[in-house]
Design a protein around this ligand. Structure first.
Ligand code: TRP
Length: 328
């Protein structure tokens, strides 16, 4: 039996943090043996909000390096840049016209969150973002989409659009499904453990960036908000701060939560935080060593080779789509 296909991507904007790593990228690393895997740097998603061109260029390389340093293996998986394959935007246009409705996009919570009170002035691209994401996914016959839980609604839209297309034009598109990692899908902010860790948080104390100095990261953990009480116990309702730190250490060290609760039995929060901080420091030192060992030139080549490898799939699917809708 052939392997199932997965596709996922990260935007080259802002600072990637351990929440992105634990909620998404580390899951991809674990999946790449079992699945035929494609990982994309979604630069055309990033430009839905204003980007500085020089910064964007750097970020694209940075994200690809983060993939590689996280353990995505170029021999097993394809890594590429979205804008290298023009079929993404071409297909998004076709989906825009044939299957996506205003009412679908009006429901998207991420758009509402990102546009806030400014709905009239954000770009049309920001509104249409989920359709480009659907195109990314469907263009490669993707079966499984591993993402953080904030992207579930978008993957469900991709499913709906593929189904609608098939029922109107005949079965040509593969229907994708989301795969969410339960624990770690939501790493919470260090300064406010009731909200998700966010790269756009107003305070740097909220997140640990993958590029943070390990010593600084350690301090951020020591300062993290914990809860009243003294017991180190996993209870996201009553002890969101402690639970978040437990999840972080658990995922970084591949130790179960129960084992960690045992490790910290009878210990104070201070000792507990020190343990988590050391795990984070160790992870970052190791991660950054790998990150720094990769040159920009190597990354450029990996991205270009990746695009060459999968371009034929995109051409085939887009060719079928064009025939179905009658332009060819
Ligand atoms: N919207 C995703 C995010 O912000 C990134 C993304 C773009 C993506 N296209 C995708 C994820 C296709 C999975 C599949 O996290």
């Amino acid at each position: 039996m052939s392997k199932k296909k997965i596709f996922s991507g990260v935007q080259p904007s802002g600072n990637l943090h351990i929440g992105n790593y634990l909620g998404a990228i580390s899951q991809w690393v674990d999946m790449q043996d079992e699945f035929e895997s494609i990982f994309c740097v979604v630069d055309y998603h990033a430009i839905t909000v204003e980007q500085d061109p020089e910064e964007l260029k750097k970020k694209i390389i940075e994200i690809a390096k983060i993939y590689l340093a996280s353990g995505i293996d170029r021999e097993k998986s394809v890594i590429f840049q979205q804008s290298s394959i023009q079929e993404h935007t071409e297909f998004a246009w076709v989906l825009n016209c044939t299957t996506a409705r205003m009412s679908d996009l009006n429901k998207m919570t991420q758009f509402k969150d990102k546009s806030g009170d400014n709905q009239e002035n954000v770009s049309v691209g920001l509104f249409d973002y989920p359709v480009l994401m659907a195109a990314d996914i469907i263009l490669y016959d993707t079966e499984v989409v591993p993402v953080g839980d904030d992207q579930l609604q978008h993957v469900e839209l991709a499913r709906d659009l593929a189904r609608r297309f098939n029922s109107r034009f005949g079965d040509v598109l593969v229907i994708p499904e989301a795969r969410i990692r339960k624990e770690g899908a939501r790493i919470m902010g260090l300064d406010d453990p009731t909200k998700k860790m966010s790269k756009s948080a107003s305070s740097e104390a909220n997140f640990i960036a993958l590029t943070d100095d390990p010593a600084v990261a350690k301090k951020k953990i020591m300062k993290a908000t914990t809860d009243s009480g003294a017991e180190v116990k996993y209870d996201p309702e009553e002890k969101p701060g402690v639970s978040n730190l437990l999840v972080i250490e658990s995922l970084l060290t591949k130790t179960s939560i129960e084992d960690l609760e045992k490790k910290y039995e009878g210990k104070m929060y201070g000792d507990f935080k020190k343990g988590v901080a050391e795990a984070v420091e160790k992870f970052l030192i190791n991660f950054q060593e790998k990150y720094n060992a990769i040159t920009d030139e190597e990354v450029r080549k990996i991205l270009d080779d990746g695009a060459k490898k999968i371009k034929p799939i995109a051409e085939r699917v887009m060719g079928d789509v064009k025939k179905k809708i009658g332009v060819r």
